[in-house]
Design a protein around this ligand. Structure first.
Ligand code: YSA
Length: 343
């Protein structure tokens, strides 16, 4: 072969190989180009195979040229490899990166149950009226729930509050016979036994009654007991406290209060309290109340003539129903998030 032609062939090869390397669009195709030009059976080796046909000094000259070309092409492939590798990493990072423009999923926080909210509201109002908050046991003796409140065995008043008895703790002795308290009034004599008058307390808490449920009755519900004992306390004070409480509780809403005669063996006289909200025509019974009975004072070892006091027991769930405009008490205990999330 004429030497001029061979050098021309090398130049064409060089141009073509360099162009292919420079234009390789990605790593797999760069690898294919490397195989095509520099591989064992590649075009470069085809040129090398032609060397023996060249004589003398020229062969050495062409040999050096081919060596240097091979090294140039390898360098070029190496540089291109790093360039394409960087580009592909960048592309991957971009596709996997965080898109801060996508709206977040949001964290949902828990909140207080509507009955807890109402209980706290009631507590705050009574605190502002000088009452202390006291809590009592839900598992109670028959004595504090009934006997100490002038409701002896076989008294018809017990039937008004059907009771859950604790069957493993039955006894003839009312102090050792246990039940789930049917009323927060269980705390009246308990508290009076340990505290001397004058006193002003409320007792919020859960109570239990074995009775049929409907839209305004549950088998477990909440009451707030109130007890105020001092000198010269009368029904006028009871009325004033109720009026002040309901005015604050319902804020700016119009509220009407109605007292009806009611019978509870632990008060004399006794009343039931109904309220009506806004323009509604419906009265809802929210409390029982009255002037503490002398027998209750005696059970607490107070001298009856020396002190007077009023007591009341409000249905907290009923207050919450009026406050939030809920028409079925059972919703509070349903555990239904669609209901609870509204508060
Ligand atoms: C009376 C005189 C006092 O000196 C002190 C307290 C009382 C109240 C008495 N201990 C009592 O429990 N009376 S009550 O049976 O009429 O209940 C009081 C209030 O609890 C009711 O006015 C009503 O609002 C609510 N209530 C009663 N049964 C309920 C209920 N709320 C929901 N479900 C029930 N099953």
């Amino acid at each position: 072969m004429a030497i001029g032609n061979f050098e021309e062939k090398i130049s064409v090869f060089e141009k073509e190989a360099k162009e292919a390397i420079n234009q390789a669009p990605d790593l797999p195709r760069l690898e294919a180009i490397k195989v095509k030009y520099l591989g064992r059976k590649g075009e470069f080796n085809n040129l090398v195979k032609e060397l023996p046909g060249i004589s003398g000094d020229l062969r050495a000259h062409i040999g050096r040229r081919l060596n240097s070309l091979r090294s140039d092409l390898e360098t070029l492939i190496g540089e291109k490899f790093h360039k394409l590798k960087d580009e592909s990493i960048e592309k991957q990072l971009k596709s996997e990166g965080i898109d801060i423009s996508i709206p977040g999923k949001g964290v949902s926080f828990g909140h207080l149950h509507p009955l807890t909210k109402v209980e706290r509201r009631v507590e705050d109002i009574f605190k502002s009226l000088g009452f202390s908050i006291v809590f009592g046991p839900e598992i109670e003796s028959e004595y504090y729930n009934f006997d100490a409140l002038n409701i002896p065995k076989d008294h018809p008043a017990r039937e008004m509050q059907d009771t859950f008895w604790l069957k493993d703790f039955r006894s003839e002795d009312p102090k050792k016979n246990f039940l789930l308290r049917t009323q927060t009034s269980n705390m009246q004599v308990r508290y009076m036994e340990k505290n001397n008058p004058p006193l002003r307390i409320i007792v919020p808490g859960r109570v239990y009654r074995y009775e049929a449920t409907d839209a305004s009755h549950e088998i477990q519900f909440h009451q707030v007991e109130g007890l105020m004992i001092d000198k010269n306390i009368s029904m006028v004070n009871l009325k004033a406290v109720f009026e002040e409480f309901f005015k604050k509780f319902f804020d700016k809403k119009k509220v009407e209060i109605r007292f009806r005669p009611g019978y509870f063996p632990f008060v004399e006289p006794g009343i039931e309290v109904d309220i009506k909200l806004g323009d509604s025509s419906k009265w809802l019974e929210v409390a029982g109340a009255g002037m503490a009975h002398p027998k209750v004072f005696r059970a607490a070892r107070y001298v009856p003539g020396e002190w007077q006091g009023f007591a009341f027991g409000m249905g907290l769930d009923r207050l919450a129903m009026l406050y939030y405009g809920i028409n079925d008490i059972r919703l509070f205990y349903s555990g239904d998030f669609r209901f609870l999330k509204q508060f």
